[in-house]
Design a protein around this ligand. Structure first.
Ligand SMILES: [Ca+2]
Length: 518
């Protein structure tokens, strides 16, 4: 066999190992029949941990002077850290982009409630791709891409499903988006593969415990596993074990103290997970990804890493998040990568690592790029690109009028915000000085790209006029299992009739309002 033919036969995951196991990889073609098995065994497990509503400024390793995040700090030291990594400004949109490799609007996701959080059934998820490539897949925590039976993760590529409903534990919104009745962050009822379990403990502890039990079982099997652990913490309501709140009480405002406590609790769980991977002897060949799902919230007023804005804004503070990647067997950690990267890159990265064969349709779906070249060499060539952010959340039927409201379009140097403000991020990362007059050519280019993008997405907003069921599906399922039903007030709260909504998109005529519908 000549070298050319041999190199064509090396699978992507084998090629990755050349650095660490060059000799082994070189010998693989000589091993004959066992070669294929050896190659498959080398594919890593994948563990993807994503806190909710935690920003770039909420980690000690990223400059926060108050919070304690020892596990994240240690992990940061071992990881490739993307320092210009962007997600969407809110929860469901980011999740839609992560699961599909394309902008959330192309998946019909333009909000976090009112059926506009539902991921189009036409999309293929990364879980489906990994499953088809031989992985076993599990989700533990917050899905937030549709609560109806055909929208849930067990129908979107996850073998194991352990989730709350809606965008958060205890939520109730009109239509389909809502959690089991009466749930709080302590002892919540969680949907486990189609039946509710009444759990014991704090929500974050519960999700990690379940994920670890599942990983412990799956690590003994032949297939590599994909464990997706999107926590609902530290999203509001700020319910936190008292001992964690006490650690920050008096040092920062009370709401931030609760928020920091939730993050430290999550960090303790993350540390315990990393310790388990080591104990189990699978640390070397497990890819662990840690990122957050939108910009900062209750910590922004204390420390925001020099950025402008937070969650639900189109500025840097709304979308730039921590993004740490560790896979000891394949690439070195302890380095920053400054390339402009994003949530849409996760899908193609994992697909390549898994050696998945993508259909032409799925290839057309994916807009992101594989991060593998950067993970192996953070200074690898990375052609400049344009990324679009739009906060969405327009009142029903107003999409066309919202084209230039709460949006930004950026390349690696400039961000054009709301079609009226241009920031030179290289010299002004805090977006303080509008330089739109100084760079007419840049503005023209970004505007043209935005126009093209908008005309492409507008016809694909399939959820805009959707009307959900009268009862939240999670609640209906819960009552079916345990008995009970809604009272009048809850019925009004779940009423999907758009006439009962106020113009700003919050429940109107019902008089029942909730904060932070994200
Ligand atoms: Ca969020």
């Amino acid at each position: 066999m000549n070298n050319e033919r041999r190199s064509r036969r090396i699978k992507p995951w084998q090629a990755l190992r050349v650095g660490a196991y060059g000799l082994l990889t070189a010998l693989l073609p000589l091993i004959g029949a066992s070669r294929a098995a050896a190659a498959v065994a080398e594919r890593p497990n994948i563990v993807f941990v994503m806190p909710d509503d935690v920003g770039y400024g909420d980690y000690a390793c990223l400059g926060n002077p108050i919070i304690r995040t020892p596990a994240a700090n240690a992990f940061w030291k071992q990881s490739v850290r993307f320092t210009d990594f962007h997600v969407s400004p809110t929860c469901a949109p980011t999740r839609a982009a992560l699961m599909t490799g394309r902008h959330e609007f192309k998946n019909g996701v333009t909000h976090t409630i009112y059926e506009r959080e539902r991921l189009t059934l036409k999309a293929t998820t990364i879980a489906q791709v990994l499953k088809n490539a031989g992985y076993t897949t599990g989700i533990f925590g917050k899905w937030h891409l549709g609560d109806e039976p055909d929208r849930r993760p067990d129908r979107r590529g996850f073998d194991e499903m352990f989730i709350h409903g809606g965008g958060g534990i205890g939520q109730t919104y009109p239509g389909s988006c809502g959690d089991a009745p009466g749930n709080t962050y302590f002892n919540p009822a969680i949907l486990h593969n189609g039946r509710f379990e009444k759990t014991t403990g704090y929500c974050t502890d519960v999700f990690f415990r379940q994920a670890l039990e599942w990983m412990d079982e799956k690590r003994k099997g032949a297939a590599p596993f994909f464990a997706y652990i999107p926590l609902n913490a530290a999203h509001a309501p700020l319910q936190v074990p008292g001992e964690y709140f006490k650690r920050y009480k008096g040092k920062v405002p009370d709401d931030t103290a609760r928020f920091y406590g939730m993050i430290e609790n999550l960090d303790d769980n993350f540390g315990a997970l990393l310790k388990k991977l080591k104990e189990w002897g699978i640390e070397e060949n497990t890819l662990v990804i840690f990122l957050t799902d939108n910009g900062g919230t209750f910590g922004v007023k204390v420390y925001n890493a020099g950025m402008r804005g937070g969650k639900v804004t189109p500025y840097e503070g709304g979308t730039r998040v921590p993004s740490f990647w560790r896979w000891p067997a394949a690439f070195k950690g302890g380095v920053d990568c400054a390339a402009l990267t994003a949530h849409i890159d996760l899908f193609p990265t994992l697909a390549e690592i898994a050696g998945a064969k993508l259909s032409d349709e799925v290839k057309r779906q994916v807009e992101g790029r594989s991060l593998l070249p950067l993970l192996k060499n953070p200074k690898a060539a990375w052609p400049d690109r344009v990324l679009v952010t739009h906060v969405g959340r327009w009142p029903r039927g107003k999409a066309a009028e919202w084209k230039f409201r709460n949006c930004s379009i950026r390349n690696s140097r400039f961000a054009l915000v709301n079609n009226a403000e241009l920031y030179d991020l290289k010299i002004d990362p805090g977006e303080t000085t509008n330089v739109i007059e100084q760079h007419p050519e840049i503005v023209a280019r970004l505007r043209a790209a935005y126009d093209e993008w908008w005309s492409e997405v507008l016809p694909r907003l399939e959820n805009e006029d959707a009307i959900g069921p009268k009862i939240n599906p999670f609640k209906a399922l819960y009552w079916k299992q345990f008995g009970g039903g809604p009272d009048e007030a809850l019925l009004r709260q779940m009423d999907p009739d758009p006439a009962n909504r106020s113009e700003n998109g919050r429940p109107g005529a019902t008089g029942l309002k909730q904060k932070n519908p994200n």
